[in-house]
Design a protein. Structure first.
Length: 664
């Protein structure tokens, strides 16, 4: 019976492989998940567009906003505020170090492995004659009687080699020795079995290290592992698939179900509802009332001391994700009013604007240097961004109560806030010329993302508004949308911290399709997050000419089939900006459902009747269908002859004007 021994990894041959395997198991899926998330934010490999604003304005809470975002307005907060990224950097650094250890460590050959062919330096297919010949030469070379003047150490090596040569020879020629070798892998029979432990000996046998190692094993297996699994399961069980806490989702659903339809919904209503979210309570350890107070303070531009201001901004930074969850739930109830009011409340919190009492000038309050509504003059009838860009710097300074030197910055920011101009919108079914009943349709919108300073209608070529139907477009009608860059235009929001966690909820527009008849949502709320921002840089002349204008394509996939009966169905398509005031757009949209056009078989395919004396003709005669007779063939021949005569008549016409002139 084999004797079992344990061998500790004193020479670092085993433990690096164990460690690097564990690191790979953790790092590879984490890296793939992280890269996928970053990739989805970067327009499928294209460089995301980032619009930077040149403004020297600093809000009263500028230091706290910069501290929360981890930057001084540079946008580099993504690097060190992301715990996953820090974990990956440390993990892969350790992975490379362990890989270096493996690369620089020499592996010691296993002494228990006995290979007679290698010892004799012969091929495994060598004959017995060849084996004997090699053995004689080696035995003479390494015979103990011929050691000569070698040192004791060298003599010992030669003797060991001589013993191995003899064992190898017997393992290949002697029957008993050969049987032991084939059965046990060694000519001497069963050998001791060594199990390697991927740890240095001192960690296990040491007086101090051994108890420490036991504590570490118990901590990892009995405490850490169950804790991680329980935490993961609790997180999965306590959150919806959209990442909303189940208590928060229950509170939102309860409000929608029990809300009185006669009661109007406003921004304060949304803030009161959001303040009950479990995410905000767990993040701040505050009550719903205290959270509501902080949100109202943000709305009214009330600033606190540094610590409380940071607390307020932390609460506000979490709101966009909660608003997104609220809109998703409201959409399942087809509650368009709650969706619109929730999106509006998000914009007011981002721009720190209270609509009460200043709804006519709210667009101006989101501009830099306009800190209070009392600054805006009522004597100048300008209330929109587009109108503001048409007046002089002096008039801008008088309008919003600032120094004339800052007016150019105000104009620049106002001109950089993107707005939408729809050029074409229609319902479409791939491969069909009309919208047919009970079909899977989608909405195609061709639009411009432009500056409020650009007036009038751009002269856009019809080619930019049309899509050529190819096999690829029929297979995936939305590929043209995915090929467009991401609208990574971070909002100009001096009072609001844009972080990694909320950036995806504050860019672009929410798209709502409502039924004109009852005002309810016709489908789920979608997002417009891809398109071109290059139009913002165009001059008025370049915009009007239309040659450099970039058209954005947006498509909304309808989850429900088209109506079962033909007719005109009226909808409203709304684009609601997620971060700006004054960038919304509503357009009417009519779905004309029609029966598919009928195809006349004879007219299109021109299928001839079968001949009378053919098998198909006989079958057609039995069915009472028309067949072609010999007379019909004569008529056809006559017709063909007439056609030939007509063709010859046309070919006789001389169309060469030069020859005609020469004849004359």
């Amino acid at each position: 019976m084999a004797r079992v021994e344990y061998d500790y990894d004193e020479s670092a041959e085993t433990w690096p492989y164990f460690v690097i395997t564990l690191l790979a198991v953790v790092l590879v899926p984490t890296t793939i998940s992280y890269v996928s998330k970053i990739w989805s934010r970067s327009s499928s490999g294209r460089k995301a567009q980032v619009k930077k604003y040149a403004t020297s304005f600093k809000a009263s809470n500028h230091d706290q906003v910069s501290q929360l975002t981890g930057s001084k307005g540079s946008g580099n907060y993504f690097l060190f505020s992301d715990k996953t990224l820090v974990f990956l950097i440390v993990g892969w650094s350790l992975f490379l170090y362990v890989g270096y250890v493996i690369h620089t460590t020499e592996l010691v050959a296993d002494a228990n492995v006995f290979d007679p062919w290698e010892i004799l330096n012969i091929d495994s297919s060598a004959t017995e004659k060849q084996i004997k010949s090699v053995y004689r030469k080696l035995s003479l070379k390494f015979h103990p009687d011929k050691l000569g003047s070698l040192s004791d150490e060298e003599k010992e090596d030669v003797e060991t080699k001589f013993v191995l040569i003899n064992k190898a020879y017997k393992a290949l020629t002697d029957e008993i020795t050969k049987e032991n070798f084939l059965k046990y892998g060694h000519p001497d029979g069963p050998q001791s079995v060594t199990h390697g432990i991927a740890l240095p000996k001192f960690l296990v046998d040491g007086k101090l290290a051994s108890p420490v190692l036991v504590v570490i094993y118990i901590s990892m297996i009995a405490i850490a592992l169950p804790f991680v699994v329980a935490k993961w399961w609790d997180n999965v069980r306590s959150h919806t698939r959209h990442g909303l806490h189940i208590k928060t989702a229950a509170a939102f659903s309860s409000y929608i179900i029990n809300n009185n339809p006669a009661k109007l919904i406003n921004t304060e209503t949304i803030i009161e509802l959001i303040s009950k979210a479990e995410e905000l309570k767990s993040a701040t350890n505050l009550s719903s009332e205290e959270i509501e107070e902080l949100l109202l303070a943000q709305l009214n531009r009330v600033f606190f001391d540094s610590k409380k201001e940071l607390q307020k901004l932390k609460v506000v930074s979490l709101v966009p994700k909660l608003i997104n969850g609220l809109v998703d739930i409201a959409a399942t109830f087809r509650n368009s009013e709650l969706c619109v009011k929730a999106i509006e409340a998000q914009r007011y919190l981002i721009q720190a604007v209270n609509p009460t009492g200043c709804s006519d000038i709210e667009q101006l309050l989101q501009l830099p240097f306009v800190e209070k509504k009392e600054q805006v003059s009522k004597k100048i009838p300008v209330h929109t961004l587009g109108k503001l860009t048409t007046i002089s710097d002096g008039e801008i300074a008088d309008l919003v109560g600032i120094d004339k030197k800052n007016a150019a910055e105000v104009r620049s920011v106002a001109s950089s806030i993107p707005v939408i101009k729809v050029l074409k919108a229609e319902f479409k079914i791939p491969g069909e010329s009309v919208v047919t009943p009970q079909s899977n349709a989608h909405i195609v919108v061709k639009l411009l993302i432009k500056s409020p300073a650009q007036k009038g209608q751009a002269k856009v070529d019809d080619e930019k508004l049309e899509e050529k139907e190819t096999f690829e477009s029929l297979r995936d009608p939305f590929s043209i949308v995915q090929d467009q860059p991401v609208l990574a235009c971070l909002p100009e929001s001096p009072y609001f911290p844009v972080t990694v966690e909320n950036s995806e909820y504050v860019n672009g527009w929410a798209v709502l399709l409502t039924v004109q008849r009852d005002g309810k949502l016709a489908d789920s709320v979608d997002l417009l997050t891809r398109g071109s921002l290059s139009n913002l840089e165009l001059s008025q002349k370049a915009y009007s000419d239309g040659e450099e204008v970039q058209v954005t394509t947006y498509k909304l996939k309808l989850n429900s089939p088209t109506p079962p009966t033909p007719g005109d169905y009226h909808f409203k398509l709304s684009f609601k900006s997620l971060s700006y005031l004054g960038s919304d757009l509503d357009i009417p949209l009519v779905m004309k459902v029609q029966e598919p056009p009928k195809v006349e078989d004879a007219g299109v395919y021109d299928i001839e009747d079968p001949e009378e004396d053919s098998i198909a003709g006989a079958m057609a005669t039995l069915r009472g269908e028309k067949v072609k007779t010999a007379d019909d063939d004569d008529d056809d021949s006559a017709s063909d002859e007439e056609d030939l005569e007509i063709e010859s008549d046309f070919t006789d016409i001389n169309t060469d004007t030069e020859d005609e002139g020469e004849d004359k």
